[in-house]
Design a binder for this molecule. Sequence first.
Ligand code: NAD
Ligand code: TYD
Length: 353
Amino acid sequence: MSKKTLLVTGGAGFIGSAVVRQLIKASDYNVVNIDKLTYAGNLESLKEIADNPSYKFEQVDICDKENISRIFNEYQPVGILHLAAESHVDRSIVGPGEFIQTNIIGTYNLLECAREYFNTLTDKSQFKFVHISTDEVFGSLGDTGYFSETTSYDPRSPYSSSKASSDLLVRAWYHTYNLPIVITNCTNNYGPYHFPEKLIPLVINNALAGKNLPIYGKGDNIRDWLYVEDHAKGIILAFEKGVLGESYCIGGHNERTNLEVVQTICRILDELQPKAVGSYLDQITYVTDRAGHDFRYAMDPTKIQTELGWQPEENFDTGIKKTVQWYLDNQEWVQHIMSGEYQNWIQQNYTAR
Ligand code: NAD
Ligand code: TYD
């Protein structure tokens, strides 16, 4: 029997590329990666599976109705894992427009195209729309407590508001049109192929380049960190076993202050690639705080653990060591981003095919 097909949006991004690599390596599905290739999309992250016959790439904007409809009809997928988004909070503060466009309008367009396609299916039991979202939709915690599936939405940044809006649209398409959906809300991810604008890859990169390691405010804001491969496993599990209409919170109980995260990276680098003089800790610099900076995120993942059997393989201590080592071993990937060459690579290696 031929393999079933899954669509993945945002498959050239940080988490999407981990999902695509896992799906192709497990070889249970054909995968069609739908990605516009914004600054955050990097096909070099998919080099190891790019030539696999089960993998196809479609450079398409999720807001493009004609092409998204064409893709649904052409590939006849059993589901869609929707990760494409504008994802960086600081960018959303400087320019929220793209966040509204992609995260809200783009999700609306995908839902409409999925609904039209779903209505044409004779066997409707197979299809599922999995929407990948964030813990940031729940707002900000104080010193105690955890987010869970029953926490009220209280987004506070343009990014988290746009994600919350998209979650609500997805739920509405379930209740109103019976579109079979599942939502996942995950904590902060880290790991290989992370674009060096987010805290962890930025700090590794700046440390190695001898630059300042910027800490917003006092560095006491807390994030709950999950290794990206564990998140990707949770997303695939949510597709395979998630109950329709439900949402699943994903996190591994790895809360750290930002200062602790940066100090940990510096200590690992001091061990793996010591500086001629001094420690990477000397590069830490306190800078102006982010506007509306959420204080603390922390997740209670009991539901996905008990109902779907999800368990993370990495804790922060093991995952961060792997991550730092990966960046040391993959400087070419980083340098291509820093020089802008990754976008030329896409032109030369992909469009020529
Ligand atoms: P990313 O910024 O690394 O990648 C986003 C991808 O989407 C890129 O490949 C980009 O080219 C593509 N894209 C953007 N706009 C598009 C459009 N209009 N049409 C088609 N493709 C487009 O993001 P990420 O960190 O991999 O996050 C993926 C998803 O997971 C997002 O929905 C995000 O909200 C969610 N999420 C992220 C985190 C995290 O810590 N990074 C945590 C929880 C949830
Ligand atoms: P980030 O990686 O941008 O993820 P998010 O804002 O989605 O949580 O930031 C993680 C934390 O690190 C957040 O509290 C902001 C802080 N931060 C810094 O202190 N310095 C930086 O240069 C960056 C990018 C983030």
